[in-house]
Write a protein that binds this ligand. Structure first.
Ligand SMILES: Nc1ncnc2c1ncn2[C@@H]1O[C@H](COP(=O)(O)OP(=O)(O)OP(=O)(O)O)[C@@H](O)[C@H]1O
Length: 672
């Protein structure tokens, strides 16, 4: 990014690469490094270097017109000034010199600045700017009725658009609208369901169609505009949706930010505040000595790793009569919904839920009590950090939902020692939360123009340089791009065009999953070679019996998902057979759902054989995941991607080892 550093202190200056005397005599001559300049000119030259290094010279010089001139006498006078006064006085002369000697570079730098100028993102959306829009911000805690109110406005309108943060939520709204008689389409990255007469659409926020005028749009979880990685999608939808009314739902942390953006956009702005329907009670003692043997109907136990989730599920199922449904991020949304429905119905004893923080959003659940397994989680595989106040509020707030059978919501922790942390988060006023900035990410067109000025750069280099030069207003930040850069590095040798590379890099493939990255690379290579990209997965006939087999199915689903996402962005010849792949996706979800039930049955059966001993040790009993291996049939499923995945994994491990080696030195440096 262009910095506005202060002038460097004069004592740091050492380069005198401009001979000012020669410059005055022969303006276009090359500098003579050997000449010894007179004292006044040397001072002027030093000041010039200070300007050059400060970056201020660059931007201020560019702002001056090429007609600005200084005479030799003026410059000599400037050179004689005391050191502190020289920089300001030198600008006009310096500008004249720079503009004369570096005209071409300045022109291309000007063009580059224009390309990377992201200071007025609202001007990228002329259709929305042509409307006089009204923004209504529904601000309140979880379970306060804000989404209900916004959706009522959308359904009452002749046309509408719902933009949600998850596929799961988009599907939920699609179903509710159609069930209530409002015909509604569904558009997500991986699927399109279109009804011929529908004037309403439910979509994931990245997919919002900014070219289609609607009466009312709803933008859910608006505080995610400040999300490190995805915030740009909320900014884009907020600024670009061509609707008469835009309803924003979320906690109140982004009210002031949106108010400021509304003023920039010339939109009307209104805030409606909401209170929680039912009070949330914190249970002080935690689960006590009984541990998970004390789990009860309507409990949702929240843990922050997949391993913990399966251990807790097994512990509860061994120690009690209950059966556990699970909800976590790696499960496909369809499976999460199936699990949620099973839990809500409480059928066959499935009345306890074990979930990750994915439970905080998007599901209407019949939860009486939230139990936090821990109040700290690992961020990016690193150290344990406390779960954020807003996440605790959002998760705990799921208990006692208005439409559920539990009028009073409760929250507690497994360990009593963690309860003060929970209480502090629950009691923290929402007003204390602040979303200060909105995310931005360059559109392809920005990068295309930029890359055109640097034709020898790879996509990765272009993106890095763009980021360095991007100029943003203080209300915005540039979203993280580690995943995109990792994909760009991976695909560098495929020979794809810039546009195709951009599309492949934006595809939903986690950089930390070697199978998924392997699949991305294989798809890209096949596409670049002009061969049809067919999906080659042999799904096993048998149901998964343990968490490792479930994991392989989750990975298979993520690969299918990736393929479907790409298939909507390239033509059918390149990605043939979408219907069959969609059938495979549905089959995997179904197998996962039934597999989870099978895992439960096996746990219960093993426990019945082993006797009822688990009550006392339920809180600690581990599931030995390492002893469980995937069957050969489940092993075979990912075979087409296995070799690439292994290579990538070695690469990732090497990187990890390198990072680990560097870490102590990094710490020492920080301490110093
Ligand atoms: N006026 C109402 N009449 C009937 N049910 C309502 C009403 N308002 C809200 N509800 C129900 O209460 C529950 C919570 O409402 P809603 O989802 O709108 O809350 P929210 O504040 O948006 O919470 P979250 O952010 O967790 O979704 C939902 O099941 C919703 O259907």
């Amino acid at each position: 990014m262009v910095s506005k550093d202060r002038l460097a202190p004069p004592k740091l200056l050492q380069v005198q690469d401009i001979d000012f005397a020669a410059l005055l005599a022969r303006p276009a001559a090359a500098p003579d490094a050997q000449a010894t300049p007179p004292e006044g000119v040397a001072r002027a030259s030093t000041a010039l270097n200070a300007l050059r290094r400060s970056g201020a010279a660059r931007s201020r010089a560019l702002a001056l017109r090429s007609s600005s001139r200084a005479s030799a006498a003026e410059l000599a006078a400037i050179g004689a000034l005391p050191r502190e006064a020289a920089p300001d006085a030198l600008f006009a002369a310096f500008a004249a010199f720079v503009l004369r000697a570096h005209r071409d570079e300045i022109e291309s730098y000007r063009a580059l600045l224009r390309t990377t100028d992201l200071r007025a993102p609202h001007s990228w959306f002329p259709l929305a700017r042509a409307l006089r829009r009204r923004l209504v911000y529904h601000a309140g805690p979880t379970n306060s009725g804000k989404t209900h109110a916004a959706l009522a406005a959308m359904r009452a309108a002749r046309s509408g658009l719902y933009c949600g943060p998850l596929r799961l939520l988009a599907m939920e709204i699609y179903d509710t609208c159609n069930a209530a008689g409002t015909h509604c389409n569904l558009v997500t990255g991986q699927e399109r369901r279109e009804l011929p007469d529908a004037a309403h659409t439910s979509c994931t926020v990245e997919m919002a169609d900014l070219g289609a005028r609607v009466e009312v749009a709803v933008l859910d979880e608006i505080q995610m505009i400040g999300d490190d990685a995805r915030g740009w999608a909320w900014t884009r939808a907020l600024m670009g949706v061509p609707a008469d009314e835009v309803h924003l739902c979320g906690d109140g942390s982004a009210v002031e930010l949106v108010r400021a953006l509304a003023a920039q956009m010339g939109d009307e702005f209104e805030v409606r505040r909401y209170e929680r329907f039912t009070q949330l009670r914190v249970e002080e003692g935690g689960l006590g000595a009984e541990g998970y043997a004390g789990a009860r109907r309507g409990d949702c136990i929240v843990a922050f790793s997949r391993r913990d989730i399966f251990e807790i599920k097994a512990a509860v199922e061994r120690a009690t009569e209950h059966r556990c449904c699970v909800v976590y991020g790696a499960l496909p949304p369809e499976t999460r919904r199936q699990q949620a429905q099973l839990f809500n119905a409480g059928r066959d004893g499935y009345d306890v839920l074990v979930a990750s923080d994915a439970v905080g959003m998007g599901l209407n659940l019949n939860i009486g009590r939230i139990v936090f397994h821990a109040m700290r989680k690992r961020e990016g595989g690193a150290e344990l950090v406390p779960v954020s106040t807003s996440a605790v509020k959002q998760i705990a707030g799921r208990a006692g939902r208005r439409s559920s059978e539990f009028a009073q919501g409760r929250a507690t922790c497994r360990d009593a020692a963690d309860v003060p942390l929970l209480r502090a988060a629950v009691d923290a006023p929402l007003e204390g939360l602040n979303t200060p900035k909105a995310g931005l990410f360059p559109e392809f067109e920005h990068l295309e123009v930029f890359a055109g000025q640097n034709p020898d750069d790879s996509f990765e280099q272009a993106l890095i340089k763009f980021t360095e030069h991007a100029v943003l207003d203080s209300s915005y930040f540039l979203c993280k791009q580690e995943g995109i850069l990792a994909a760009a590095r991976l695909l560098a040798a495929t020979g794809l065009s810039l546009r195709d590379t951009y599309v492949f890099c934006m595809a939903p493939a986690s950089a930390t999953d070697p199978h998924l990255m392997g699949a991305l690379l294989l798809f890209a290579q096949r596409y670049a070679a002009g061969a049809p990209v067919v999906l080659d997965l042999a799904l096993p006939a048998e149901l998964p019996r343990n968490p490792l087999e479930l994991r392989r199915l989750e990975t298979a689903h993520a690969i299918v998902n990736l393929w479907l996402w790409l298939s909507y962005r390239f033509d059918e010849e390149a990605f043939p057979g979408r219907e069959e792949v969609q059938r495979q996706a549905a089959a995997i979800c179904d197998t996962l759902h039934r597999g989870l039930e099978k895992v439960t049955r096996l746990t219960k059966a093993r426990h019945a054989r082993g006797g009822r001993d688990a009550g006392r040790r339920a809180g600690r009993a581990p599931v030995d995941l390492l002893l469980q291996r995937p069957s050969p049939e489940h092993e075979r499923m990912l075979q087409p991607f296995e070799a690439v995945a292994r290579l990538l994994k070695e690469d990732l491990l090497d990187d990890g080892a390198e990072r680990a080696k560097r870490r102590p030195a990094g710490r020492a440096l920080q301490a110093a």
